[in-house]
Design a protein around this ligand. Structure first.
Ligand SMILES: [Zn+2]
Length: 316
């Protein structure tokens, strides 16, 4: 009898221990799960006040390195909106946030576009040397310049069939322009190159003589400073209609033809209407830039300027 009682007691203790172990396991698993959750970006973002929805947007759009950077910053309700902008560049994040506080516009698409093309700085402020590795896609504007000694290769004189006297351009650009001009002629338009490659010193003369007469502001409004003109690349052209003698190319039918067809030959309208804030130039219906057929078509389809394309698709 005593032996049986002893066995029963042992069984009870055994069951008790098993129950304790089970509870312990459940509790342990729960603690471990909690520990794991605390390591997630979701938890960490919630901790610095992002909502679940906002933190999911950040997680979906950013990589580990970028998310860790966000965790170092204070909560900002513009960040999760910015990351979904098509042309958002993570390295510009702090510049966007800074520019939002200064800019007149609160439109984030505009903010991203402006900062991407350096418009959070004044023109000519802290300019950088243009990257010349890829000639066809080099960016020269009011923030990227070519040195005094930069002379493009393969510059060739243009025959009077295609240009006014004294014009020179890169060989590849000339070949593309010939195709364009021949095709335009078939449609009844005579398009001629009016101005093309200009070296550093001739640009310097243009700007300085204007400055001497009217001052810096007027000179800047009229011409690019030496080194900052796209014409020094050898990849930019100004065109004219055969009958256009009053610089009204934008009002000619030739212009309409150019606007609708130039990208098929690798050219883009470089300073479009209503894009002055982005390009830094007033509308110039006569100025075209050669970037190659593929990129020209892409820029046309995306409906962005070369400055924006360069920032997002080349420089990033
Ligand atoms: Zn021009």
């Amino acid at each position: 009898m005593a032996k049986k009682m002893k066995l029963k007691k042992q069984a009870k203790i055994g069951i008790f221990i098993i129950i304790i172990l089970i509870i312990g396991c459940i509790f342990g698993v729960k603690l471990y799960k909690e520990y794991l959750y605390k390591q997630t970006y979701e938890y960490k973002l919630l901790e610095i006040s992002y909502s679940l929805e906002e933190s999911n947007i950040l997680i979906d759009n950013l990589n580990d390195k970028e998310l860790n950077k966000i965790l170092e910053l204070e909560y900002n309700n513009n960040i999760f909106k910015l990351v979904t902008e098509k042309y958002f560049i993570f390295n510009n994040l702090e510049k966007y946030l800074d520019y939002i506080s200064k800019a007149d516009t609160k439109n984030l698409t505009n903010i991203v576009a402006m900062v991407n093309v350096n418009r959070d700085r004044d023109y000519y402020e802290e300019p950088e040397k243009a990257s010349i590795d890829n000639h066809e896609l080099m960016l020269v504007n009011k923030y990227y310049y070519l040195g005094e000694d930069y002379e493009p290769e393969d510059i060739t004189a243009i025959s009077p069939t295609y240009a006014y006297e004294g014009n020179k351009i890169n060989e590849e650009v000339l070949a593309a322009f010939k195709n364009l001009a021949e095709e335009a002629k078939i449609s009844g338009y005579t398009i001629l190159i009016n101005s093309s490659y200009r070296d550093y010193n001739s640009q310097k003369e243009v700007w300085e003589s204007r400055k001497a007469l009217y001052g810096t502001r007027q000179a800047d409004a009229f011409a690019a400073r030496a080194g900052f003109s796209e014409h020094q690349t050898g990849y930019a052209i100004d065109v004219a209609d055969f009958y256009d003698i009053n610089d009204k190319f934008g009002e000619t039918e030739s212009f309409l033809w150019m606007k609708n067809n130039c990208y098929n030959y690798g050219f883009i309208l470089r300073y479009p209407e209503d894009k002055e804030e982005i390009t830094g130039y007033s509308y110039e219906p006569w100025h075209y830039r050669y970037v190659g057929i593929e990129v020209a078509k892409e820029i046309k389809n995306l409906n962005i300027t070369f400055d924006e394309y360069y920032a997002y698709y080349i420089d990033k």
